[in-house]
Ligand binder design. Structure first.
Ligand SMILES: Cc1ncc(COP(=O)(O)O)c(C=O)c1O
Length: 388
């Protein structure tokens, strides 16, 4: 049966993923089961999505209750869940308005359009966006072009023009690029996730924010992976003492349903006007109802517990055999392993722990509410896997 599934997948699903030989059938919290009944502790949350674990009751109830009322309406009509969510995000962040999309890449597409239109409206010319080397902003053509990693570009030329890339943590390069190009925005991830779970320096981010402010360059923070409690802050920029002009998010926001959000600050809140952007599914009431249930539970107590669990996990791993370094913030950690990371992942899978990688690192993104017992069980297997 299982082999049949793998075979059917190979025959009928586009081969864009190197899947592990695991077929997940059901789950509850941080525990998943394969069709054959094998148990796994989830340290990956479907790449940072299921913030409160699999089939979380409160999220499920919010989604089902909305499904029983209305599953979809077009954006030609008003819909309460989308408005409630937008108001909630504005009140929690200080940003003003939200455009809803369906994924991280789409949220970033919106941010790119906002930055370009802001510049066109104000200066009547095309603006260039600076992104950082080693960044990851998505796989649509514009977000791929924004991504500062050549390996993602190679087969997809011609890329979308209007992006230049700077080294992370190098303010002088930003200043030089701003002299050479008409720069409308700088886009950063506070922790470069796919790039290897590396947090930017606080002093760099603060200097960048001040520079952008005084030079009318928009600061876009891509919080697709870092957002919604993942780093122990509602959004990671909040721990850096800055106020971006645009914040994008997705993944954990929906708790398991597709939703993306592009939050617009005061400077750009009215840049998008009638007809300048849109999405059939954006702001879908079911996805929005799920997101409301996630955001409403990301209170101080929960965020503090993410910080505490993150510290605990980090310290356990720092003291483990076979670890060179641990990077990241909160429950978004990258571990540089002495062994090839592939071997660590395979051992974890064989022994019932789902983990991720980022470049040559092991990456952990467990549910924000993972129980201590489940966390300890996972740590014990990961420690065995790491041993050289
Ligand atoms: C920082 C960042 N931005 C954008 C994306 C793209 O998100 P999506 O896969 O939802 O389009 C990702 C996905 O990993 C991401 O980590």
């Amino acid at each position: 049966m299982m082999n049949n599934l793998f075979e059917l997948d190979k025959n009928y699903v586009a081969g864009t993923y190197a899947r592990f030989p695991v077929d997940l059938e059901r789950g509850s919290g941080a525990t998943y089961y394969s069709a054959s009944g094998k148990e796994y502790i989830d340290m990956g949350t479907g790449i940072g999505v299921t913030a409160f674990g699999a089939c979380d009751e409160e999220w499920k109830n919010a989604v089902i209750s909305q499904l029983n009322k209305l599953s979809h309406t077009s954006n030609l009509y008003y819909s309460e869940p989308c408005v409630t969510l937008a108001k909630m995000l504005a009140e929690r962040t200080g940003l003003k308005k939200t455009f809803f999309a369906n994924s991280g890449a789409e949220a970033n597409e919106c941010a790119i359009k906002v930055a370009r239109k802001y510049y066109e409206d104000k200066y009547n010319k095309h603006g260039v966006i600076i992104t950082l080397k080693n960044s990851f902003h998505g796989r649509t053509l514009a977000t791929l072009s924004a991504t500062g990693q050549d390996k993602f570009h190679e087969l997809f030329n011609p890329l979308v023009s209007g992006f230049v890339h700077a080294n992370a943590n190098d303010m002088s390069e930003i200043k030089t690029l701003c002299k050479e190009h008409p720069v409308c925005a700088v886009m950063i991830e506070i922790v470069q996730g796919e790039g290897g779970v590396n947090a930017l320096d606080k002093s760099y981010v603060q200097e960048l924010s001040a520079y952008c402010n005084s030079n009318d360059v928009l600061l876009i923070v891509d919080e697709v992976q870092t957002g919604n409690g993942r780093t122990g802050e509602l959004y990671a920029y909040m721990g850096y003492g800055i106020m971006p002009d645009v914040v994008t998010t997705a993944k954990g926001l929906g708790g398991g349903l597709p939703i993306g959000a592009c939050m617009l600050g005061e400077k750009v809140e009215n840049v998008l006007t009638f007809g300048t952007h849109g999405s059939t599914f954006g702001g879908n009431p079911v996805a929005a109802a799920g997101a409301i249930s996630i955001i409403s539970r990301l209170n101080e107590t929960l965020l503090n517990s993410v910080k505490q669990k993150g510290e605990y996990l980090k310290n356990e791993l720092l003291n483990a055999d076979g670890v060179e370094s641990v990077t990241g913030l909160g429950l978004m950690l990258g571990i540089k392993t002495k062994k090839p990371v592939k071997d660590v992942v395979n051992y974890c899978l064989e022994n019932g722990v789902l983990v991720l990688t980022a470049k040559d690192k092991l990456r952990l993104l467990p549910p924000l509410n993972i129980s201590e017992k489940e966390l300890d069980k996972a740590i014990s297997v990961i420690k065995d896997a790491l041993k050289v």
